[in-house]
Design a binder for this molecule. Structure first.
Ligand code: NAD
Length: 729
């Protein structure tokens, strides 16, 4: 069995079908590319073949390149290996594009068309772009585009060069720089594909049998080709390139090597003939691949994220898919959890203490679904079906038959204990009970349960429908089946799980709080707040610490600070943070929801600049720190805490630590996560920097013993702790 097979019919059409054995979605491997190349040679050489149609044997066309293969090219052959691998793909796709054409007369090519039954991403679109005409099935669920930038690379198999020459740099920009995906109808109006039809294979067959020589000449292979939208040195092209550079820098702050390299490939490629442009594209692609950032991003955002979603850390237990879910508390979190579950086809009972509150919780789903209808992503029938799955009530008897409960009532041990008992009185003996608490130890809450081995934490992030991470927390007594149930539930609602052990603030909040605190502490020290916020963004954090605490609210910060102080007593080391935080709260500046925090907000709640009285309250020091000093404080505050979580056994798998950090609180994605970042620095350098920070700013930066030991032994986190590698060994 091979990835591509070919059938020739009596009319002279060679149908090449891509169908990778044993996978639900096609991905391209180097072996697959070699097979395809052989089939194309065969069909071009066969006089009986008049035209070629390339399609898929699956419901979709292809998901792209096998990213494991790209990572492998780098491991095996370094920069030369990557460059040679990419040039091989260019030769193959160029062979398809030229299809035997005489370069002088531009005649004699054989028509080649692509027939896409569904989704076509990455090289799954770059291959069709090299054919002469692209037919897609009229399938609104299909996604068509080049999402490479999302995992830290860019389309490097001709997608960049072809799309820019097809659409012009301006129109290609959102597709290349943002990885924007379109359904077939939109892809057609954007000019990415040519036809949307009921039966793409039949339409493609007809087309190849009737195509003329002129249909087979790509504009860039014809004489006098002019770049759509203008070449870089034309007045319009110049504006585009300058604007794009500014936009990319504004969005990425210069920390994502792929976006910069992509722009360089576009700009330099546009100045030279097509084949040279492909070579330039391959060089920049290699450059990006050799940057550790891209390897780390691929590892965390693609390979490990997928491994966790597929249950890399699932205990061995029979399928625990949820059929009927009970949600206790229909507030902000409960309403969101009910929505994502109902949307995934699960029946939901949504309980609150008054019918009004329960109904309000359900109407949250109505709101999201109506927005979907407005955007034509949802239909009235589908909306009715999803809402029909949610029963909003005050009656605990309705929980009868629920196999999973997620509790999201007030953050109060007593209230949570009461609802746990009331629910357990009704639900089946073997049901699993989960709490969405963000601060209370799972072990303490499990005391209210008659079945602590069936009690677990399932911690969602707000807003539930948008945030992709779910943190699953094992209490000391939590059993394997509860973990499997939580993981199966997270898989059903299509989110990414991490599994951690019970400890103060679990994993994500444990790391994000020191980040926020470090920012606030610096304000108190007289560091310019603008420097704090910009330093964070220039390090690739989506939000500066002051904006983040405004979003999560100052009063929540105060509440957490008070509870932490009570729990830690004399060991509490954040007085300097509290001095600032409590003064903000006393001034009524509770953050975004109050329309006043570290930032000012207009009447409509839109964030303006930083509050102009910050300087009067905490006068800026005459001597401001270096940018990198501020960045190191903000980054180490998070990364050292992640190491402590690993050291303490809260984290059991660094893959979860890295994926969880990016998805949970936006830890600078270009690093691949805190462990990826520390590996990039190297343990000796990380220890040296942390020691220096500790000497200047306090013991909170003292390197954990584990990091010191790794520095001495010359180890990396992924060398020492990578479970993928351990399993393979
Ligand atoms: P919320 O105040 O919006 O909602 C709580 C809901 O529980 C309210 O509707 C309330 O009426 C209901 N409730 C209270 N007592 C009840 C009872 N005895 N029976 C039934 N319903 C009752 O709070 P929230 O922000 O949705 O938080 C809920 C839980 O989720 C808390 O444990 C919180 O720590 C946790 N959490 C919150 C966030 C967040 O960002 N807000 C994030 C993760 C976890």
């Amino acid at each position: 069995m091979t990835d591509f097979t070919m059938q020739k019919d009596a009319d002279g059409v060679a149908l090449i079908t891509w169908d990778v054995p044993g996978k639900s979605m096609n991905v391209l491997s180097m072996d697959g590319a070699a097979t395809l190349s052989g089939l194309i040679d065969d069909a071009l050489a066969d006089d009986g073949v008049k035209g070629i149609v390339i399609t898929s044997g699956k419901k979709d066309f292809a998901a792209g390149m096998d990213l494991n293969v790209i990572a492998g090219m780098k491991d095996a052959g370094g920069a030369q290996g990557v460059f040679d691998g990419v040039m091989n793909l260019h030769h193959l796709l160029r062979k398809i594009e030229r299809a035997g054409m005489d370069p002088k007369t531009l005649k004699g090519a054989k028509p080649i068309a692509a027939a896409l039954p569904g989704t076509a991403l990455g090289i799954g679109l770059e291959l069709p772009l090299a054919t002469h005409r692209i037919f897609a099935a009229d399938n609104p669920r299909a996604k068509i585009g080049l999402p490479e930038i999302m995992v830290g690379i860019f389309p490097g198999a001709g997608g960049t060069t072809r799309l820019v020459r097809k659409l012009g740099a301006m129109a290609a920009a959102p597709l290349l720089l943002e990885g924007k995906l379109n359904d077939p109808a939109k892809a057609k109006s954007a000019g990415v594909i040519d036809e949307v039809v009921a039966d793409p294979v039949a339409a493609a067959r007809d087309w190849v049998l009737n195509a003329s020589d002129a249909d087979l000449v790509k504009p860039w292979d014809a004489k006098g080709f002019k770049m759509p939208g203008g070449a870089p040195y034309s007045p319009t092209g110049f504006m585009t390139m300058v604007g794009a550079s500014a936009m990319v820098h504004g969005k990425t702050m210069g920390v994502y090597p792929a976006a910069k390299a992509l722009l360089s490939a576009v700009y330099e490629g546009a100045l030279v003939p097509f084949d040279q442009a492909l070579r330039i594209e391959a060089r920049w692609f290699t450059h990006v691949m050799m940057n550790p950032s891209s390897g780390n991003m691929i590892r965390s955002l693609f390979i490990n994220k997928e491994a966790l979603e597929k249950g890399a850390n699932r205990p061995d237990a029979p399928d625990q898919s949820v059929r009927k879910l009970g949600v206790l508390g229909a507030g902000m979190m409960g309403a969101g959890i009910a929505y994502v579950a109902a949307n995934a086809g699960i029946e939901v009972v949504l309980i609150d203490s008054t019918q009004d509150a329960a109904d309000r919780g359900k109407s949250y789903s109505t709101g999201i679904l109506d927005k979907g209808i407005g955007r034509r992503k949802m239909t009235e029938e589908k909306k009715a079906e999803i809402l029909g799955r949610i029963t909003a009530t005050t009656d605990y008897a309705a929980l009868d038959g629920c196999d999973l409960i997620v509790e999201a009532v007030f953050e109060d041990v007593g209230v949570k204990a009461e609802v746990t008992k009331r629910a357990e009185a009704v639900i089946p003996q073997d049901a699993i009970f989960a709490t969405n608490t963000s601060t209370l130890p799972i072990g303490d809450l499990a005391k209210a349960s008659a079945r602590p081995e069936q009690f677990i934490g399932i911690h969602f992030f707000s807003p539930v429908d948008k945030m992709m991470l779910v943190e699953i927390i094992k209490g000391a007594e939590t059993g394997d089946r509860a973990v499997a149930k939580a993981l199966d539930f997270v898989r059903q609602i299509r989110k990414t799980p991490i599994v951690v052990n019970d400890a103060r603030f679990f994993y994500a909040n444990r790391c994000i709080i020191p980040y926020i605190n470090e920012g606030i502490r610096m304000v108190g020290e007289g560091v310019n707040p603008t420097l704090v916020e910009n330093a964070a963004k220039m390090m690739g954090m989506p939000l500066g610490p002051l904006q983040l605490v405004d979003e999560t609210s100052i009063d929540l910060g105060v509440k957490i600070a008070k509870a932490t102080r009570a729990a830690m007593g004399g060991a509490y080391a954040d007085d300097a943070v509290d001095e600032v935080l409590f003064r903000m709260a006393d001034a009524g500046r509770m953050g975004k929801k109050a329309g006043a925090g570290f930032y000012a907000y207009d009447e409509a709640g839109k964030r303006q600049g930083l509050w102009d009285e910050l300087g009067a309250n905490w006068p800026p020091a005459d001597d401001q720190p270096e940018l990198t000093e501020v960045q190191h404080r903000l980054m180490f505050a998070q990364a050292l805490e992640a190491v402590r979580a690993l050291e303490a056994g809260v984290l059991e798998d660094i893959r979860e630590g890295d994926v969880g950090a990016i998805l949970g609180w936006g830890f600078a994605p270009w690093t691949g996560g805190p462990f990826g970042w520390l590996d990039m620095l190297g343990a000796p350098r990380a220890v040296e920097l942390a020691d220096r920070l500790a000497a200047q700013h306090g013991e909170r930066f003292a390197p954990p013993a584990l990091l010191r030991e790794m520095a001495e032994k010359g180890q990396t986190f992924y060398g020492r702790f990578d479970k993928t590698a351990q399993k393979a060994a």
